[in-house]
Design a protein around this ligand. Structure first.
Ligand SMILES: [Zn+2]
Ligand SMILES: [Zn+2]
Length: 151
């Protein structure tokens, strides 16, 4: 993947004009921006960035790369901030092999030293069984059978 391609977070911008700058160290201004850049980091398997943007108190000691989950779509449902705390509710659609799932989470964020960090969240995972004529879960707007469900 190059930075001239569409950003994985679904913003409609290129990766260069969107999440890449945060992956390179620029501070994300809002919890939503940080959430998008973290989602893109999951897509691109940037585990160092994921750890660096985790609040110190809840940061995992190590974060092994996940080669089996393919994240295909992000929907931000709600987000906001008050003083140094923030929240983002999102839905992330993924594929594990040929199995579809949706992870929905209300994430909490904290601002420390002027930077936002991911604190924690309560994820719920729902399995999807897209019908052949249903809209494709990847968000392409096409039918499943003529998109990710083809072949
Ligand atoms: Zn982005
Ligand atoms: Zn699709």
């Amino acid at each position: 993947m190059t930075t001239a391609q569409a950003c994985p977070c679904g913003s409609g911008k290129t990766l260069a004009d969107c999440c890449d700058r945060y992956h390179r160290g620029e501070a994300a201004h809002t919890p939503e921006t940080l959430m998008r850049s973290r989602y893109s980091a999951f897509v691109l398997n940037l585990t160092d960035y994921l750890r660096e943007t985790w609040a110190a108190g809840s940061r995992p000691d190590s974060l092994p790369p996940d080669e089996t989950t393919r994240w295909v779509r992000l929907d931000i449902l709600d987000h906001g901030e008050q003083d140094d705390t923030g929240w983002v509710q999102f839905r992330a659609t993924f594929l594990e092999g040929r199995r579809w799932g949706v992870l929905e989470e209300a994430s909490r964020f904290v601002r420390e030293g002027g930077r936002w960090f991911y604190l924690d969240g309560r994820p719920t995972v729902t399995r999807l069984k897209p019908g052949r004529n249903a809209p494709c879960p990847c968000g392409s707007g096409r039918k499943f059978k003529s998109c990710c469900g083809a072949g």
